[in-house]
Design a protein around this ligand. Structure first.
Ligand code: NAP
Length: 310
């Protein structure tokens, strides 16, 4: 039984750990940040260890671990956390492949610890309002447009462009996490096309359709938008009613009229949920957004496009 506050360590101190996890943990009284696990950062206000095992060997008491490494570099930390009875929070996507994700789930299950595959976009402020609309509307069609500038949001992240790094699906999977939460049905991938720059292994652009028997959504992810970000989902119901989710879930419009636009506090939501799961002794592990991405990769026609600067 975990006592509160939950003593938590973060593994992988990169952009998201610094920008979001550390502030979210520090502002949630259910948590106490006890260690940072990093291969590279110097000493900070918190004790730093090169590995979780080194922190355990040094006698640091840890109840939970937030793993913020790239998705394909999580197995060792999961093993170490689970074998010391720690609850586990995984950044999105939970792993590099669906099979790897299920392995992490099994590691946690066998050790009897909670595991949370977090999807931060599901905690965007207007997702609940969007969910109410979706619950009362049968979907007919839609468009997902997810454009951002890789150089602005992911500078120097070489891993993102290598196998298991997801390329444009790194942001794009956020849209799929919203869609699959709003409509948790089996989405079939069709007409998938990937554009892979000559000098990397992962796509810079992806276009595909997602279908059910009654609806089709066209999806366009582009990592080369140097003007502004577009993170929007346009849904049309069979009645003709429309829902627009904009700014990654920060805003919602119904039938063209803005309902609300909220301040984004996605990581505060993630840590509230993680605390609840630990209290309940429960896990939350949905890999459906990752399954869609894997289907796109396996079905897509791939074209090579000009090299990019990482
Ligand atoms: P990042 O800046 O590259 O940081 C990842 C950190 O993981 C590295 O700084 C490194 O930290 C550690 N690491 C351990 N093994 C590694 C390996 N084999 N290769 C590279 N780094 C390794 O990446 P990030 O943007 O924080 O993304 C991490 C995860 O958060 C990804 O799953 C991403 O999808 C997710 N995420 C990112 C954002 C964003 O805006 N950047 C937003 C939401 C979610 P140490 O040197 O400290 O060991």
């Amino acid at each position: 039984m975990i006592k509160f506050p939950i003593r938590i360590a973060i593994v992988g101190i990169g952009k998201i750990a610094r920008d979001q996890h550390i502030p979210a943990i520090l502002s949630n009284p259910d948590f106490e940040l006890v260690a940072l696990i990093s291969r590279s950062i110097p000493t900070t206000d918190f004790p730093v260890f090169a590995s979780l095992e080194a922190a355990f060997d040094a006698g640091v008491a840890i109840d939970a671990v937030a793993i913020c490494t790239p998705p394909s570099a999580r197995t060792a930390a999961c093993h170490a956390a689970a074998s010391h009875g720690c609850a586990i929070l995984l950044e999105k996507p939970p792993a590099g492949t669906g099979m790897e994700a299920l392995t992490l789930k099994q590691i946690a299950y066998e050790a009897g610890v909670q595991i949370f595959a977090s999807w931060h976009s599901r905690f965007a402020p207007m997702i609940e309002a969007a969910g109410e609309w979706c619950a009362s509307h049968r979907l007919q069609s839609g468009q997902i447009t997810w454009y951002e500038d890789a150089a602005k949001w992911h500078p120097g992240q070489d891993w993102l462009w290598r196998a298991g790094g997801f390329g444009v699906f790194d942001p794009g999977i956020n849209a799929l996490s919203i869609l699959s939460a709003l409509y948790p049905v089996t989405w079939q991938v069709q007409h998938a096309r990937l554009h892979v720059p000559e000098n990397v292994e992962m796509p810079v652009r992806a276009q595909f359709d997602l279908s059910t028997e009654a609806s089709t959504i066209s999806v366009d992810f582009d990592f080369r938008s140097t003007s502004t970000e577009t993170w929007s989902i346009h849904l049309v119901a069979q009645t003709g009613a429309t829902l627009d989710i904009v700014d990654g879930g920060a805003g919602v419009s119904i039938d063209g009229a803005q309902v609300a636009h909220g301040k984004s506090q996605e990581y505060a939501g993630i840590y509230r949920r993680f605390s609840e799961l630990v209290k309940m002794g429960a896990s939350d592990f949905d890999i459906s957004p990752l399954a869609i991405v894997e289907d796109v990769f396996s079905a897509a026609h791939v074209s090579h496009v000009e090299s990019i600067t990482i």
